[in-house]
Design a protein around this ligand. Structure first.
Ligand code: ZN
Length: 436
């Protein structure tokens, strides 16, 4: 069943709306756990059937243990002249993620042992966390640190690090088959726009668009904190793992770079080939091989799961210059890039939905297309004939439409439409691939 593109909103509207949603979510202080994640999920769940799943601190998930929950009420550093610096209320980026509470007076030198900067980019506040080692700290620009006078400073962090739970959100969409497509994104970063907010809002738009479609596959769209979040999802959904036909980790989809697809660990899965078929016709795209660095795909592709799970981004996570710093702000993400990512992802999903294997029912020489009104007929012209010829040539019961698209260079949607025409004429017969 193809995506009903007529029900998908216009690009300009969609890009502006996505950018507006990022602006709304930007100030919420997200982390690995805590109320910031819940508030973020409440915003994206306002127009989606979103289930919120809580996994208690201390739960063992594979080789990991769900950490304590972190919530911050206030944090700042008071300088000798009374000025308050690195205020959490200005940006959650100013506090080392998972800092334990503190209320101490200390010298400049003692304070600096707890301050993180990026000397290579002296005007930026870097993004730093300490999830798995108990410590406290602040993140500042090197310029600000260089201007700090000698004297006594007051460091104050009013935070709770206590047993609670880890939160993720999930939209479940039932299709004709229980076979499932899994779309995931990361929801743990504080005030950073491209990483993670662009993925958060584009995944929500995809879930909304798909919820209005008649679907072949069932879908799960998941917003979870990095690394431990996908592991919690896998822990709760082990019975579903065998049903997963395709997976995409969506992140950093709002910057001005072209689109990037990173292949799954097996590198030639149906997911990889579907993405390559779409990106091959994108104006600015890159396909890269698997590597064990990256996002959610690291967990889903681990050998024990070995899922056909790729990663979709624009500039890859660490390849845009503002990465993990205060410069990854609202100016880095554009409505045009967000809309393009959304449309490209929908086109990949369209391939998941429409890919099929056909057998040529008239394989002894070329069938006479003119007699059936398929040759030099209205519209389409030579390129449509090319689609017919490629389909008839390669459809031997083994090659799928994606295989034909990659071999011929013809856009997938054009081939799928041509296959429908040939099937109507009895020249192609769809093969049952549900056991594949
Ligand atoms: Zn990140």
């Amino acid at each position: 069943m193809p995506i009903d593109w007529t029900s998908i909103p216009d690009d300009d509207t969609v890009g502006e709306k996505l950018h507006g949603r990022i602006r709304e979510l930007y100030p919420i202080p997200r982390s690995l756990t805590g109320d910031g994640v819940r508030r973020t999920l409440a915003v994206i769940g306002s127009d989606l059937p979103l289930d919120v799943v809580e996994t208690p601190s201390g739960t063992e998930v594979f080789d990991w243990v769900v950490p304590r929950e972190w919530n911050v009420r206030d944090a700042w550093v008071e300088a000798p002249d009374g000025r308050r610096l690195a205020r959490f209320s200005d940006s959650s980026l100013n506090l080392l993620g998972y800092s334990v509470p503190v209320d101490v007076t200390l010298t400049r030198e003692e304070l600096l042992e707890h301050v993180f900067t990026d000397p290579a980019h002296p005007d930026r506040v870097p993004y730093r966390t300490s999830y798995w080692a108990e410590r406290w700290g602040f993140c500042m620009s090197q310029l600000e640190v260089d201007s700090l006078p000698a004297g006594n400073y007051h460091a104050y962090i009013d935070a709770t690090l206590a047993d609670g739970s880890l939160t993720y959100g999930e939209v479940r969409l039932a299709g004709a088959s229980s076979r499932t497509v899994l779309l995931t994104t990361t929801v743990c970063h504080p005030a950073l726009a491209n990483d993670n907010l662009s993925g958060i809002v584009v995944a929500a738009a995809l879930a909304r668009a798909l919820s209005a479609q008649s679907l072949r596959y069932s879908y799960r769209v998941v917003w979870s904190p990095g690394t431990i979040g996908p592991l919690c999802w896998l822990h709760h959904n082990r019975g579903l793992v065998g049903e997963i036909q395709h997976g995409l980790a969506i992140s950093c989809v709002g910057d001005r770079g072209g689109v990037t697809y990173k292949r799954s660990r097996r590198e030639s899965t149906a997911t990889d080939r579907a993405a390559e078929a779409v990106l091959g016709h994108h104006a600015a795209s890159t396909v890269v091989d698997w590597s064990p660095y990256g996002g959610d795909e690291r967990q889903f592709c681990a050998p024990g799961f070995d899922l056909p799970f790729g990663a979709f981004s624009r500039s890859p996570a660490d390849a845009f210059p503002e990465y993990h710093s205060s410069d990854d702000d609202l100016s880095v993400v554009t409505p045009e890039a967000l809309a393009d990512s959304y449309r490209t992802l929908l086109a990949i999903v369209d391939v998941f939905e429409r890919d099929a294997v056909y057998r040529n029912a008239s394989p002894y020489g070329e069938p006479q297309l003119g007699r059936r009104g398929l040759y030099r007929s209205v519209g389409g012209g030579a390129s449509r004939e090319a689609a017919f010829l490629w389909l008839l040539s390669l459809s031997d019961g083994g090659a799928s439409l994606v295989d034909v698209a990659l071999k011929s260079g013809i856009p997938f949607a054009q081939l799928a439409d041509a296959a429908d025409r040939l099937a109507e004429q009895g020249l192609l017969v769809a093969q049952d691939t549900s056991g594949r």
